[in-house]
Each structure stands twice: as structure tokens, then as C-alpha cells.
Ligand binder design. Structure first.
Ligand SMILES: Cc1cc2nc3c(=O)[nH]c(=O)nc-3n(C[C@H](O)[C@H](O)[C@H](O)COP(=O)(O)OP(=O)(O)OC[C@H]3O[C@@H](n4cnc5c(N)ncnc54)[C@H](O)[C@@H]3O)c2cc1C
Length: 425
């Protein structure tokens, strides 16, 4: 197995993913063929230009076109495939979801635009929402007409999320929650229609008590969205200010004061199953980088070759861990999600660094020409166009931070899995 994996070949990895199959091999192969055929036939014509677009560090690329592609997928039943059929999904098994992601990556299909709705909020509503909320919001996620953003972090509450101070009070007469405060690092709030917000709804409460999980429309006078520029020069995340912002009284998920439970349920989705597609994407990135190393001769450097091989082994470890976790074969789901987060975040950060070393000196200055073929003005740092590896490198600096930092994951493992004393607060 190991010898085969160190050959760094996407086809090998695809076979290994297939080995996860729990149903008959014929059924799995049939499903894979259906997905592959559909992607081959549909990622063509105008959509062909989207191949490989919108990945880590390039989320700004072709957004409108990728949105149209997602809607095209939806019209043909390829969004939310793991959701139960009663909510617009396909009731796909874990194995089918893995196959779908594998074929999606193999086709070099573009990054999806409604990850937060499909992978985080949707499953959370299915688990904790009322029937009314499911009816109201799940169809808009399935057909990609409503995009979501995540309003958790605040300037004073990141790792220590229980420090949330954004407040909401219920105005019974108006039948509205009135929200005041600020969120930060809110990915995609500038393109989304909705944000799910953790807010303090019990005056005088502290920490995990007295919080609620609210669904809030972004397009309203009480909300200001201000983009934050990233290292890559683009802006995929934002500050979001709430000044007497409103949302309907019934748009609370779970009971008032029980927001922490719902928020943590969502984080389990964020750190768990939702990373399936991402891991298959990692395999493609490693394949592409290996190809660059072959082309430039970097692969002849024993140190770089060894790091490429180790990256491939890292993928195997991640896959094995995901398999155990998603099958439920672990003693602590909370700990397992944290191990998974640590594994992929460190792996991807290291891949970014490896990419810079494989590319070598040119990685310091950027490509000679922009994607549009114009000469790149490398003396003007504000406007320099980065290549895909530089974007990947800069993006992966964030992997060990978002979704819960490395240190926070290690604390969770120490306290909840190993039973070590809780850290002093
Ligand atoms: C690309 C990106 C996208 C993001 N998107 C979103 C989004 O859409 N919605 C959203 O709500 N948030 C989002 N975030 C925010 C992200 O969740 C936070 O950045 C993260 O939780 C860390 O919080 P912080 O930035 O406040 O850092 P802090 O919590 O201030 O941490 C600073 C440093 O201290 C360390 N640290 C903190 N506490 C401990 C401890 N107890 N023990 C040891 N070390 C500790 C941390 O690990 C970190 O290294 C995003 C972040 C990034 C980078």
C-alpha cells in the first residue's frame, strides 16, 4: 500500500478511495460513471473556462460564472447530494459522496460557491431547525439562490467564542430580534444574502449561557459589510456591523439561550464531513505540484522529492482518519474532528511552503505576465499579479487559523480525549 501511495499518482489515489466502498463494487462503479459522464458532458462549452477556477487563494475568480455553474449542478440534482431526499438532497451514502468529490476533482471542476450553506448551515437546520425553517431555507441552498455567511467571530471573540458580545433583544410588538454589535472575518458576506449569527440574547449572561443562533438577512439598513483585504490582495472576508439590524422573531434556531449547542453542532459539520471535497482537492494540488517538480527538474532534489513523498503519505493518513471518523469508529467525535482539522490544516500549510520551494526563485517575484497576458508590474506590490502557487502559499497561512486554530484543537484533544486538566482561564 505504502509503496503504491508514494508513487504520487492521482489514479492510484482514486482507486484507494474506491476501496472505502461499503456497498457492491458494481453499484459504486455505476455511480462513479454517472457522475463522470455528467461532468464530462456539462463542464464544456462556456463552462469549460471554469476548470480549475476559484481554488484556495483564487476564490475571487469567475464568481458570477461559478455561481451559474452551481445553479446548473442544482438543476441536475448535483447539489446537497448527501442530504435526505425529503429536503431536496439525494440521500447519497458516504461512499457516494466520496465518489462524487473524487470525480469532481478529477474533472478539475471549479470551486463551489455555497459551501457554507450546503455543508454547514443546511445540515445544522436539518438537525436543529423547525419544520418551518427547513421549508423556508433548505430549498434556497439546494438551488443556490440564497448564499450564506458565518457570523461567529468578533474582534473580542475568536478562539474564545464564548466571549461573544453582539447582542439581540426580542421586540415582541414588532415580532423582530433587534441586533447590535460587530462580527469580523465573515467570509463571503459581501456576496451572500444571509448570515447566521451567534448573539447574546440574555442580558447579563456570560460565556456559553444566554446565547442564541439567529438567521439574519444581510440586505437591510441596519447592516454594513466592509471588506478586509487579504495577503493575496483580494477580499473574501469582511467586517459586518449590526446597528439595530432586524430579523423575524421565528428565525432563531433552537431555543433562546441554547445557541451554544447549535453553534457547536455546526462546528462539528465544519471540521468533519464538510472537508471530504477539500481532501480530494488536496490530492489534485499535490499532483499538479508534482508535475511542476518533474517539469522543472526539482524532483531530482532528494530533499524536495522526499517532501513530495511525505505529502503523499500525509494524504493517506488523512484519508484513513476521515474514514474512521465518518464511520463512527472513534471514541470521541469532538476529538476526531479536531484531529482531522489539525491533520489537514498542517498538511495544507506545508504544501504551500513546499510549493514555494519547488517553484524556487521565481516564487519570489511572480509570473512575468498576468492571466490576461499583460506584462506583470512586479515593482508595484499593490498591483502585482500572483501565480497560482503564490496564491496557494499565501492562502494556506490561514488554514491553521480558521475553523478553530491549531492551539484550540490541541486544547480540545487534551481536555476531552486525554482527560487532562482544563487550562486555566
Ligand atoms: C481565511 C479565514 C476565514 C475566516 N472566516 C470566518 C467566517 O466566515 N466566519 C467567522 O465567524 N470567522 C471566520 N474566521 C475567523 C476565525 O474563526 C478566527 O480567526 C479564529 O477562530 C481565531 O480567532 P482570532 O482570529 O480572534 O484569534 P485569537 O483567538 O485572538 O488567537 C490568537 C492566537 O492565540 C492562540 N490562542 C488563543 N487562545 C488560546 C488558548 N486558549 N491556548 C493556546 N493558544 C491560544 C490562537 O491559536 C492564535 O494563534 C476566518 C478566519 C480566516 C483566517
Amino acid at each position: 500500500m505504502l509503496a503504491r501511495m508514494t508513487s504520487i499518482n492521482l489514479a492510484d489515489r482514486a482507486v484507494d478511495l474506491g476501496e472505502w466502498a461499503k456497498s457492491t463494487p458494481d453499484a459504486a462503479a455505476e455511480f462513479a460513471t454517472a457522475v463522470r459522464t455528467w461532468l464530462d458532458e456539462n463542464l464544456a462549452g462556456d463552462f469549460a473556462d471554469l476548470k480549475g477556477r476559484g481554488g484556495p487563494g483564487s476564490e475571487h475568480e469567475f464568481f458570477a460564472e461559478r455561481l451559474e455553474w452551481d445553479r446548473h449542478l442544482a438543476r441536475h440534482g448535483w447539489t446537497c447530494i448527501g442530504w435526505p431526499t425529503e429536503y431536496g438532497g439525494r440521500g447519497a451514502t458516504l461512499e457516494q459522496r466520496i465518489i462524487f468529490h473524487r470525480e469532481y476533482a478529477r474533472a478539475n471542476a471549479p470551486a463551489r460557491v455555497n459551501h457554507l450553506g450546503e455543508e454547514l448551515l443546511g445540515p445544522t437546520l436539518i438537525a436543529f431547525g423547525t419544520e418551518g425553517q427547513k421549508k423556508r431555507f433548505l430549498p434556497g441552498i439546494v438551488d443556490v439562490t440564497e448564499l450564506w455567511s458565518q457570523g461567529y467571530s468578533e474582534p473580542g471573540a475568536g478562539s474564545d467564542l464564548a466571549g461573544v458580545s453582539t447582542s439581540a433583544r426580542l421586540d415582541d410588538d414588532a415580532g423582530k430580534w433587534i441586533i447590535n454589535g460587530q462580527k469580523i472575518w465573515t467570509s463571503l458576506a459581501h456576496v451572500a444574502q444571509w448570515v447566521f449569527v451567534i448573539a447574546r440574547t440574555e442580558k447579563g449572561s456570560s460565556r456559553h449561557a444566554g446565547l442564541s443562533f439567529l438567521l439574519v438577512p444581510l440586505d437591510q439598513p441596519g447592516i454594513t459589510v466592509r471588506p478586509i483585504q487579504q495577503l493575496t490582495g483580494t477580499s473574501e472576508f469582511n467586517e459586518v456591523f449590526f446597528d439595530d439590524a432586524e430579523t423575524d422573531a421565528d428565525l432563531i434556531v433552537g431555543e433562546p439561550g441554547e445557541g451554544w449547542k447549535v453553534a457547536m453542532g455546526l462546528l462539528q459539520f465544519e471540521r468533519g464531513v464538510s472537508t471530504l471535497g477539500q481532501q480530494v482537492g488536496f490530492a489534485r494540488e499535490l499532483d499538479n505540484l508534482t508535475e511542476v517538480a518533474r517539469t522543472t527538474g526539482a524532483v531530482d532534489d532528494p530533499e524536495l522529492a522526499s517532501r513530495l513523498a511525505r505529502a503523499d503519505i500525509g494524504l493517506t493518513v488523512m484519508r484513513a482518519h476521515a474514514h474512521r471518523t465518518l464511520d463512527g469508529d472513534v471514541t470521541s467525535q469532538a476529538g476526531a474532528a479536531s484531529v482531522s482539522k489539525l491533520l489537514w490544516a498542517n498538511w495544507h500549510r506545508d504544501l504551500g511552503e513546499l510549493a514555494m520551494d519547488v517553484v524556487g526563485a521565481p516564487s519570489l517575484i511572480g509570473p512575468a505576465a498576468t492571466a490576461e497576458g499583460k506584462a506583470n508590474n512586479i515593482t508595484d506590490p499593490e498591483n502585482v499579479e500572483l501565480d497560482e502557487w503564490q496564491r496557494l502559499y499565501l492562502f494556506t497561512r490561514a488554514d491553521t487559523i480558521y475553523g478553530g486554530s491549531n492551539e484550540v484543537q490541541r486544547n480540545i484533544i487534551a481536555e476531552r480525549v486525554l482527560g487532562l486538566p482544563r487550562e486555566a482561564r
